[in-house]
Structure formats: structure tokens, C-alpha cells
Design a protein around this ligand. Structure first.
Ligand code: FES
Ligand code: FES
Length: 471
């Protein structure tokens, strides 16, 4: 158990959430999926006294397209937007970028608004907000206000969101005729935070280029329409961003990437606008779940004490969910991680624990049919869900599933530490997308680190299992 103690409030309505945020003040933080917050809680980089879970607010679950903009509510998961009907044509840039936002295992839980609120300088969704001139809709108990994307980001993980406020929705303008879009990023592996990411929107009057991963927050420049003028403008912009050396790249390398990728995406967006074709990036479609991401509103599990602002609730709470087709009830403090409940509380030790901040994939289980990291999910968030672990794969004792048998046959097992998580991700993919391409399987595997580096046999096993399942 890594996080410090806090009280957990599952908000049932916007008023409920805003009232609690107002009451707790700077002691509170919002949980909107939690894929950025939980790593910070686990490492105790964040120590809120009150965590307000807004994922079950019925009013904040919609994606609304009014013909001019896509308005995405606070609790919409990234995977829901990824699967949104006709996204490729309604907003091609979002469609191209989403497969690069984390891994499938984090997009299944993370929200669009949560990523923008977190404001990581390398994150892709803040970059798109800036490139498209989107709007952030903020709410507090006292007021509502809209902030343009350009004015929202104030620094590294700092935004215009004030104490007591929450992002109720974000709006991205939909595609306009004669406009072209392009995106590219360089990262250490697919799904990692970008070393440099560039998004471009081209119109007849010029190209708007947004760059992430270099400055303290994403920055944008409006380039002239004439490509001959790109080089000087990009060179000046690359210096203006004031890149720094860090463990991932030198400042020189980042400036070079801004010049080269910036030019490439600007030209590609112009070509896209000229041909009136939409961006053709191939997304790994979301996997899993027959169930909606929306869950019925449930009871509040713990509240901050009425005595004193933000006193931590330390009481254990009863949580119920389905584990491998069995309904279970467990007692857990709000800060307890789901992986600890599964392993230590319920004895399903096939789920392994590695990094405990959402990077390695060892703890991957299926939550409501989708692969998810159980080390960056609170046990209280599992209330009412269906969870499957590796123990559920074998059809009966002494028999292996097709996928497991292929892993054995193709020597995809070495020490076996990463294997349960990989099996749960591949099981979700192969059963929901039987025709997944080899690249899509590789993209799913990119959410897992195999310390034995046995990726080649793992790929062979996955492809063999796919073939057998199809047959
Ligand atoms: Fe959960 Fe590494 S991702 S233990
Ligand atoms: Fe050893 Fe992957 S088989 S960590």
C-alpha cells in the first residue's frame, strides 16, 4: 500500500462533487480515471486529504457533437472517445492522436478531461487542445467559466483551474472543409510520453503548429502558408521554446526534432487540406467491454469528517465486485490498491506487482472486459465492476486456454513474471478484435515490459493463438 491516507468521496452529481471540493479546498483533488493521479499518490508526490471520484456523475458522461464542436464531459474515458462513431471524420486530429495517449491498458480507465487537467508537458491531449483552439469548461460551486486552451496551461502540471474548480467538459472544434490535420511524435516506445510531439492544422491562410515535450507546457505557433518560410520560423520557434537536457534527450536533439517533425507535419497537414482527405493514421481500436463505461451511481464510501476541513477518513469500507465470476466483498481503506486486494486479500496471486506506478504492465487484469492496471486503480473504484485475472483463463483445472497453450508451445514463457499481465491484455484483444493486425497486437504488447525480453516468441504465440481462435 503506497498512498498516504485520504478520504474518498464518490460524487453522485455535479453539485455533490462541487460541494465537496468547495468544502475541502486545497486538501481535495479530483479523481477522473486516475491514471495520472494514482502514480502520484503511490509515490506520495501528491498527498490529498480528500479524493473526489467524479466517474459516476451521470451528467458528466456524454460526448456531444453540435455540428461545430465535440464537447467531451469530465467523466468520458479516452477509450470511449477513441470508439466514438465517425470520429475519424468529425475530428481527424483527435482520431490520429488517441492511439498515442498512453497504452490501451490506461486509455481504458483514463479520461480526456483528466489528461488535460494533469497538464503533463509531453501529453498529447493538451497538445491537441492547443492546436485546435479548443475550450476548457470549468465549474465551481459559485460559477462557470470557459477558458481557451491557450490560456489554460500555466506551467509544468499547472493550469488555470482554481481551487474548488473542476473541468466539467472540454470542446474541440470539429473538422472544417478545406482544413488539413497531421500529427507525429517521437517517444522511446509507443504509448510513452513524447520526447517531442507535433500537431498541425492547415488552412488556406497558414498552418497552426503545436509542439509538446519541449517547454514547460505545449506551445503553438502560427506559420505562414508558404512552406519556403517554414525553416526560419521553425528555427526561431525551436530556440524560443528553451529546451533543456534531461535523462531522455538533449536540448539540441529536441530542437532538431522540432525543426524536422514540425516541418513534416506542417507539410502533411497542407497536403491533407489540399487533397481534402482526412488523416489516415491507423488507430489501435479500443478493446474489451460489452458493458458501458458508465456505471450506476453508487453509495458514497467515505466522506471527509464534518469536524475540520478535509480530515482523512481512515475507516475501512465494504466493497463488492465480481472476481472471476464470483461476487466478493472486501474491507479496504480508500487508499488500498486494487492489486493488493486481489493478491493479498483474495489470494489471486497470478496477478503480479512490479513498478506500482502503471508502467510495466505486470499487474494487468481485465475490468469490465478491458485490460487495466490494477496498481493504479483503487480498490474502492472497483465497486460494482467485473474483474478477471489470469486464474480465469483456463477452461477447467488441468486444461489451458488456447492462448496459454500457444505461449507454452512457442516458448513465450521465460521467468513468467510478465506473463499473466500479457495474457490478460492479449485475451481482451483477441476476443474483441479477432482480426487485429500484427501491428495492433504489437501496440497492445507495448503496454508490457518483459524483463526477459522474450518479445519474439510472445509475438509468435499471440499470432498462433489468433489463428487458432479464428479457426
Ligand atoms: Fe502495475 Fe507495473 S504497471 S505493477
Ligand atoms: Fe520474464 Fe517476461 S518472461 S519478465
Amino acid at each position: 500500500m503506497k498512498p498516504a491516507r485520504f478520504a474518498y468521496v464518490r460524487a453522485a452529481s455535479p453539485d455533490d462533487a462541487l460541494h465537496t471540493l468547495h468544502q475541502a479546498g486545497s486538501d481535495a483533488c479530483v479523481l477522473a480515471g486516475g491514471q495520472s493521479l494514482l502514480p502520484m499518490l503511490n509515490m506520495r508526490l501528491a498527498r490529498p486529504l480528500v479524493v473526489v471520484d467524479i466517474m459516476h456523475v451521470p451528467e458528466w458522461q456524454r460526448i456531444n457533437d453540435d455540428g461545430h464542436a465535440l464537447r467531451i464531459d469530465a467523466s468520458v474515458r479516452q477509450v470511449s472517445l477513441e470508439r466514438h462513431r465517425d470520429l475519424e471524420h468529425r475530428q481527424p486530429l483527435l482520431h490520429a492522436v488517441l492511439p498515442f495517449v498512453g497504452h490501451a491498458q490506461t486509455r481504458s480507465r483514463g479520461t480526456v478531461c483528466g489528461s488535460i487537467a494533469h497538464a503533463d508537458p509531453s501529453a498529447e491531449l493538451p497538445l491537441v487542445l492547443l492546436a485546435l483552439r479548443g475550450t476548457v469548461h470549468l465549474r465551481s460551486r459559485a460559477r462557470r467559466r470557459d477558458v481557451r486552451g491557450e490560456a489554460f496551461f500555466a506551467g509544468t502540471m499547472a493550469t488555470a483551474c482554481a481551487e474548488g474548480e473542476v473541468i466539467a467538459a472540454v470542446s474541440f472544434p470539429t473538422a472544417r472543409p478545406g482544413t488539413g490535420y497531421a500529427f507525429r511524435e517521437v517517444a522511446r516506445r509507443p504509448g510513452d510520453f513524447a520526447i517531442v510531439a507535433c500537431a498541425a492544422v492547415a488552412e488556406t491562410t497558414g498552418v497552426r503548429l503545436a509542439v509538446g515535450g519541449v517547454a514547460e507546457h505545449p506551445r503553438a505557433i502560427d506559420l505562414p502558408a508558404d512552406p519556403a518560410a517554414f525553416a526560419d520560423a521553425l528555427d526561431a520557434f525551436a530556440w524560443e521554446l528553451d529546451a533543456r537536457d534531461d535523462m531522455h534527450a538533449t536540448a539540441w536533439y529536441r530542437r532538431e526534432l522540432v525543426r524536422q517533425i514540425g516541418r513534416d507535419v506542417a507539410l502533411k497537414a497542407q497536403a491533407d487540406a489540399a487533397s481534402a482527405t482526412k488523416i489516415s493514421a491507423r488507430p489501435l481500436r479500443g478493446v474489451g467491454g460489452k458493458k458501458s463505461d458508465q456505471l450506476p451511481s453508487r453509495r458514497v464510501l467515505s466522506r471527509p469528517s464534518s469536524k475540520g476541513k478535509g480530515s482523512p477518513g481512515t475507516t475501512s469500507h465494504t466493497i463488492s465486485f465480481t472476481l472471476n465470476n464470483h461476487v466478493v466483498f472486501v474491507e479496504a481503506e480508500p487508499r488500498t490498491l486494487l492489486v493488493d486486494v486481489i493478491r493479498h486479500g483474495l489470494g489471486a496471486t497470478g496477478t503480479h506487482v512490479g513498478c506500482e506506478h502503471g508502467v510495466c504492465g505486470a499487474c494487468t487484469v481485465q475490468i469490465d472486459g478491458q485490460p487495466a492496471r490494477s496498481c493504479i486503480t483503487l480498490a474502492v473504484q472497483a465497486e460494482g465492476t467485473e474483474i478477471r485475472t489470469v486464474e480465469s483463463l483456463a477452461p477447467e483445472p488441468g486444461r489451458l486456454s488456447v492462448l496459454q497453450a500457444c505461449f507454452r508451445e512457442h516458448h513465450a514463457l521465460q521467468c513468467g513474471f510478465c506473463t499473466p499481465g500479457i495474457l490478460m491484455s492479449l485475451d481482451a484483444l483477441l476476443h474483441t478484435r479477432p482480426d487485429a493486425t500484427e501491428n495492433e497486437i504489437r501496440a497492445m504488447l507495448s503496454g508490457h515490459l518483459c524483463r526477459c525480453t522474450g518479445y519474439a516468441p510472445i509475438m509468435r504465440a499471440a499470432l498462433a493463438a489468433q489463428q487458432q481462435l479464428r479457426d
